[in-house]
Ligand binder design. Structure first.
Ligand SMILES: NC(=O)c1ccc[n+]([C@@H]2O[C@H](COP(=O)([O-])OP(=O)(O)OC[C@H]3O[C@@H](n4cnc5c(N)ncnc54)[C@H](OP(=O)(O)O)[C@@H]3O)[C@@H](O)[C@H]2O)c1
Length: 260
């Protein structure tokens, strides 16, 4: 690896990003395309991912396709991978990004809310990862899986009532380690990114505003919230040859939030 190009290029690879209709997913998609990967973009709001696919092709000259999928639905996942295969080829970089973050006091959290957050933030990444890995193992091809976890997969929240979210992200973080161990013999590297506080549609509903915003800034050594584009470097690193000896790790992109 003797040049920046060979360290970080994703040319010849095919990435799939879930939850690419807004927020961090959009940035994950930009990152893969910027490094030269063809990309499939999945979400329920299909018009948004179709629009993003057009933008990525125009900006980076890569092939891109937007596909409608609900990640909590197994047949949607099968259809999603089938459509990727037909349009672009075999996915070898999976970014499990789709997620929800419903708040509510732990003592009264409705069962339906708990079930929904576990289904979206934990079960769906597992179901998609196992489908991608199974195929890569059959084809004897290496690959990368990047789970978008959270700082709240590492520590509890002092600010928000997020028991379901924290439970799901904690489990996703440790699942990342287990999958890394099980799939290392096949050359499939599995890592997680733990973002800190980054304003997106998910956080617009008050999470990043006013007093909460100030508390979050104070809780972050860098003294500010993140910008969604600050996800790009971590994604390119974990998808590229630069991280060929990195698996089972959690890369925090959090302004130092979990450092103290
Ligand atoms: N922003 C932060 O501060 C922060 C911090 C730590 C971790 N994270 C994690 O980063 C990821 C992205 O969050 P974000 O802040 O970018 O939130 P966001 O703007 O609300 O985006 C969430 C994405 O997930 C998709 N999604 C949700 N449920 C889905 C389902 N059932 N099927 C398919 N797609 C689904 C949404 O697409 P559709 O609605 O179109 O389906 C949307 O594209 C999440 O996993 C979140 O937990 C975010």
């Amino acid at each position: 690896m003797d040049s920046l190009e060979t360290l970080f290029s994703l040319k010849g690879h095919i990435g799939l990003v879930t939850g690419a209709s807004s927020g961090l997913g959009v940035e994950c998609a930009h990152a893969l395309a910027l490094a030269g990967a063809d990309v499939a973009l999945a979400a329920r709001r299909v018009e948004r991912v179709e629009q993003l696919a057009t933008e990525l092709t125009r900006a980076y000259g890569v092939r891109a396709v937007g596909i409608k999928a609900d990640v909590t639905n197994d047949s949607d996942l099968d259809q999603l991978l089938e459509t990727c295969r037909g349009a672009l080829g075999e996915v070898d970089i999976l970014v499990n990004n789709a997620g929800i973050s419903p708040t509510g006091r732990a003592e009264t959290l409705p069962r339906a809310t708990w079930d929904a957050v576990l289904a979206t933030n934990l079960t769906a990444p597992m179901m998609l990862a196992q489908r991608v890995a199974r195929r890569l193992i059959e084809l004897k091809r290496p690959g990368r899986i990047i789970n978008i976890s959270s700082v709240l997969g590492l520590v509890a929240s002092s600010i928000y009532r997020l028991s379901g979210y924290v439970a799901a992200k904690g489990a996703l973080t440790n699942l990342t380690r287990q999958l890394a161990v099980e799939w290392a013999p096949y050359g499939i590297l599995v890592n997680a990114i733990a973002p800190g506080w980054i304003p997106t549609e998910a956080t617009e509903g008050g999470i990043a505003k006013g007093q909460n915003r100030e508390r979050m800034e104070r809780a972050t050594p860098l003294g500010r919230l993140g910008d969604a584009s600050e996800m790009r470097g971590a994604i390119i690193f974990l998808a590229s040859p630069a991280s060929s000896y990195v698996t089972g790790t959690v890369l925090s992109v959090d302004g130092g939030y979990v450092a103290w």
